[in-house]
Design a protein. Structure first.
Length: 119
């Protein structure tokens, strides 16, 4: 069992920045692959970014490439999502998720944090 708690969301103007954090409860956090997802009102949840346990492998959805950066600090059991040049279309509830293997679905989810970007 991994408990995930997101923080760092809020209201920001277009062009601004936010850094989301996701703290994990498990001491073996470093073994987990981590991801960020988001869900906008009326839309399905979508993948945003992911990072391997060693931080050597990252991936992003096309709409955030060059603006968002995912990173992790295994010593702090925390994964981050640095979001720059925010756009109104980035408005959503952002969730972090964890899984042990690349071939498995994400099995652990946080409660989400709201990000609102005003135009």
């Amino acid at each position: 069992q991994v408990d995930l708690v997101e923080s760092g969301g809020g209201l920001v103007q277009a062009g601004g920045s936010l850094r989301l954090s996701c703290a994990a409860s498990r001491r073996t956090f470093s073994s987990y692959r981590m991801g960020w997802f988001r869900q906008a009102p009326g839309k399905e949840r979508e993948f945003v970014a992911r990072i391997s346990w060693s931080s050597g492998d990252t991936a992003y959805t096309d709409s955030v490439k060059g603006r968002f950066t995912i990173s992790r600090d295994n010593a702090k059991n925390t994964v981050y999502l640095q979001m720059n040049s925010l756009k109104p279309e980035d408005t959503a509830v952002y969730y972090c998720a964890a899984k042990l293997r690349a071939d498995l679905p994400y099995g652990y989810w946080g409660q989400g944090t709201q990000v609102t970007v005003s135009s």
